[in-house]
Write a protein that binds this ligand. Sequence first.
Ligand code: SF4
Length: 451
Amino acid sequence: MSTIHILKERERQIYQKGNQPFDMVCEKVSVAGSVSQRACVFCGSRVVLYPISDALHLVHGPIGCAAYTWDIRGALSSGPELHRLSFSTDLTETDVIYGGETKLYQALTQLIDIHHPKAAFVYSTCIVGLIGDDVTSVCKKVEKEKGIPVFPVHSEGFKGTKKDGYKAACDALFKLIGKGAIDDISPCSINILGEFNIGGEAWIIRDYYERMGIQVVSIMTGDGRVEEIGKSHGAKLNVVQCSGSMTHLAKAMQEKYNIPFIRVSYFGIEDMAQALYDVASHFKEKPEIMEKTRELVRKEVSDIYPMLQKYKADLKGKKAAIYVGGAFKAFSLIKALKHLGMTTVLAGSQTGDKDDYEVLRQMCDDGAVIVDDANPLELSKYLIEKDADLLIGGVKERPIGYKLGVGFCDHNHERKTPLAGFVGMLNFAKEVHATVTSPVWQFTPRRDNSG
Ligand code: SF4
């Protein structure tokens, strides 16, 4: 196979751990023509707000934007499922010429009449930014007429990176917070931010906190409800998992409502346990919470440990490549893979910042490649050069791994299996083991030596 070259403009976003100084460039728009693995600003907003299951989500734009993000997450709901429907104003040429505000007004009012949502989010897409529809005033008008909150989400696809989409979603959520009564909220209470209930993960995490004696006021946005989010300003601590998407909201809540926040991860044994201990430490005045936490961790770890050891025996020495949305998840994955005896030869993210990449550099062994905002060719190059046995990524990375004869584990938001929590670590190990040890890879063209 011929050598794969890196585009000159991309060279400073890739770093190989070794002797050269660490000076990675990141947090910039994707290089034109590089075919980035990143999604657009609108998609960033859509994935954050999607799991609010009793809200209406209306995509103001051409039908493709809505189709592209239809049912985009494996986020489960314990009640309404309105979030799983994708609504679009289906803007066409005539609307581009004459404006789409009337169509937006009609679509919004009709959908509210039919579905009776608790709130509505209206996403602006690229074309709306170009034609200049006044989405905010349409939302205000409908809010007044229909008596439910209607939020414009300013997420025109071209106006930045996926991270700007997260920020637009947080801005919309922030307007919802503060609308509910908070008299029934315990002094030992938290909000879970950046947990999207993929495969029911939020339910696993909520159960841990409740067993510790902590009240969970709201999960943003997994299995999300408008009413719960509205009273989330009554919680005493914000616990932020997906920091790339939710730190902006946590900071805004700290400023306005004086709620402190901590960053955690629910992936892997160490980080899961640390998350629970960090929350327990916050409520020092109730030592029984820490006692219950220790007991919980002891029980959960001893339940999964024997099976993990079995998988580790087969996986020891295997090499993994990680390419995920937020770098914080990559930290946990490197630790989880170490527990399984594996090393990380490539670690990258769509939205990491300089501090994130410095942490990755410290965590990885010499020779490991760290990459910001990768494209398929770069991922292919390093999978081949490092002879990885496993690629961890999402739906866009899956075919890259399969075509190169590399095992794949879906750790993105489309998956249906919970990988968070202690039980999630066991699921992760099982999935990694199944794919890495599969005999099928020997038949892929790159690995087939039959002649
Ligand atoms: S918002 Fe723009 S970039 Fe995003 S899907 Fe729609 S057209 Fe494409």
